[in-house]
Design a protein. Structure first.
Length: 526
């Protein structure tokens, strides 16, 4: 398509937050120029949308594609779900600011190594995306990375000078285009930061109209009240808006606690994905935080030392068994998704219990062997005690503060299916099959509200003057195919996608253009 050629998406049904209507959509440059009954000229490029729905591209509000935006398999997996923008820098750990070393060590099994960013700040990180991906990326300043840059591996509270230095880094990141701040308060080093320290980091977030995004402290489910109380203190001290990551608990808990925050004057939203199992680095639930804070080589020395291993077995693993999310059955609840050590590739897709039985050892020794051989680069799918039915999840998603987020982790031979299935699963299960959402509801939860909430500019609507991040959906066939047993299946039913007015998925195939960019924070009016 030539640079001045008009593109017309013809004969489809336009869906937005207000309803559905049959309309043509014209795109010129990166922008929608007209919506309605349009006359097609001889020089127009036409995409036939008859029998299909035309929606604004989806925003994945919680993604771990941080270093994978140039990976065509990752791009395809996201585009086939209708995702055109991902929000990265999650859980308090990513590459910028700094040289990315901590993220590549502690969070290597989540984010991996970045192929292009080797140091600097948010500006350099966002620039590394510009023109090199088919999707957009927006970035949260990760508070754990900031703490690492200033405090190193310290497990003690930051002093006044350190706190001031961290605030300056966050402020710089916001001025360079970040959309907010993230914390991961069950991860190292975020779990060593107190509420006062986090509130200080949130002050430049509030001042710049950003958003504070948090993986709450101490787990979710029945323990979420403590995390919510800490959020209330942080927002009261800083004035920041809040978004809670992957808020999974019983529906009445989610509703009651979000509503309580809102009644207290807190501007609060959350994301949640349509699965009940989770996924994380194996070291997070199975190693003491103070040990995880040490360099990877030191951790490996400790967990391979027979005396230290026996001490962990005696003093630490009883606490693992008391963990409310795991309990004594923990070896059967952890399925190995990614193990970096080639000699343990046979364990992918097995539970720790089954893999240990196969190896002729027990789950503790096998888990420590895997972590040591992989230099901690192991992630796992985490089962839950009670799988929630669709109706229960639908009640969570019905909350007006809910937004779609996959928490997608693409690293691993047997990953969680949410990375490749989340958004298509929303459309299949909650729109077409159960009709818990209307198509307009889906657009609000998955596109319009997230784009506005995260400061993504004029995205999230199919309207003249808005950026043409657009997807074409077959409402009869759109579906996820990734499952826990077969997690690599790509979504079906979305075969045409535009980013900034440029086709990036055409008839189900990746196009050659890479119009994606690192989005800098902006707030649309109107």
């Amino acid at each position: 398509m030539g640079p001045k050629m008009r593109l017309v998406m013809r004969g489809g049904t336009v869906v937005d937050g207000q309803g559905m209507r049959r309309a043509d959509v014209a795109v010129e440059g990166d922008t929608v120029s007209a919506v309605g009954d349009l006359t097609v000229g001889p020089d127009d490029h036409v995409i036939d949308c008859r029998g299909r729905y035309l929606l604004p591209g989806f925003v994945d509000t919680h993604s771990h594609a941080d270093g994978l935006m140039e990976d065509e398999s990752v791009q395809r997996s996201l585009l086939k779900q209708g995702v055109t923008t991902v929000i990265t820098g999650q859980d308090g750990i990513s590459y910028a600011p700094g040289n990315g070393g901590y993220a590549s060590e502690y969070f290597a099994a989540i984010n991996g190594d970045h192929p292009r960013y080797s140091g600097g700040g948010v500006a350099e990180y966002l620039a590394a995306v510009d023109g090199r991906s088919r999707l957009n990326l927006a970035y949260l300043v990760p508070a754990g990375t900031v703490r690492w840059e200033v405090c190193g591996r310290s497990t003690t509270p930051a002093d006044d000078a350190q706190r001031a230095a961290m605030v300056a880094l966050v402020d710089e990141g916001m001025r360079e285009g970040a959309i907010g701040l993230s914390t991961g308060l069950d991860y190292v080093p975020g779990l060593f930061a107190g509420a006062d320290e986090i509130a200080a980091l949130c002050e430049p977030i509030a001042r710049n109209r950003g958003i504070y995004v948090t993986h709450m402290r101490g787990g979710y489910e029945d323990k979420s009240a403590a995390g919510i109380e800490e959020i209330a203190r942080i927002t009261a001290a800083s004035g920041a808006r809040i978004h809670i990551s992957h808020f999974h608990a019983q529906a009445h808990i989610v509703h009651d606690q979000l509503d309580a925050l809102r009644r207290a004057g807190v501007d609060a939203t959350f994301d949640a994905y349509p699965y009940t199992r989770g996924c994380t680095i194996l070291g997070m639930p199975l190693l003491p935080p103070e040990l995880s804070a040490l360099p990877a080589d030191t951790v490996v020395e400790v967990i391979t030392d027979p005396a230290e291993r026996q001490r962990l077995r005696r003093d630490w693993f009883p606490a693992v068994e008391r963990n409310a999310s795991l309990g004594p059955e923990w070896p059967s609840m952890i399925t190995l998704a990614h193990v970096a050590a080639p000699e343990f590739a046979w364990t992918h897709g097995l539970t720790l219990e089954d893999a240990a039985a196969h190896a002729g050892t027990d789950a503790i020794d096998l888990a420590l062997d895997l972590l040591a051989a992989s230099r901690l680069q192991v992630n796992a799918v985490m089962a839950v005690r009670h799988e929630r039915p669709v109706a229960e999840l639908a009640r969570i998603f019905s909350h007006p503060g809910h937004m779609g987020g996959s928490d997608g982790i693409f690293i691993g031979a047997h990953p969680h299916p949410r990375a490749r299935g989340t958004f298509a699963r929303y459309l299949r299960e909650y729109v077409r099959e159960t009709q818990e959402w209307s198509w307009s509801d889906a657009v609000v939860h998955l596109s319009t509200a997230p784009a506005a909430r995260f400061g993504l500019g004029r995205r999230g609507r199919v309207a003249a003057g808005w950026i043409a991040d657009l997807i074409v959906v077959d409402p009869r066939t759109v579906a996820d195919t990734a499952t826990y047993d077969e997690p690599l299946g790509e979504a079906v039913g979305i075969n045409d996608v535009l980013v900034a007015g440029v086709p990036v998925l055409a008839n189900g195939a990746l196009a050659d253009s890479t119009p994606g960019r690192g989005l800098r924070r902006e707030h649309a009016e109107g």
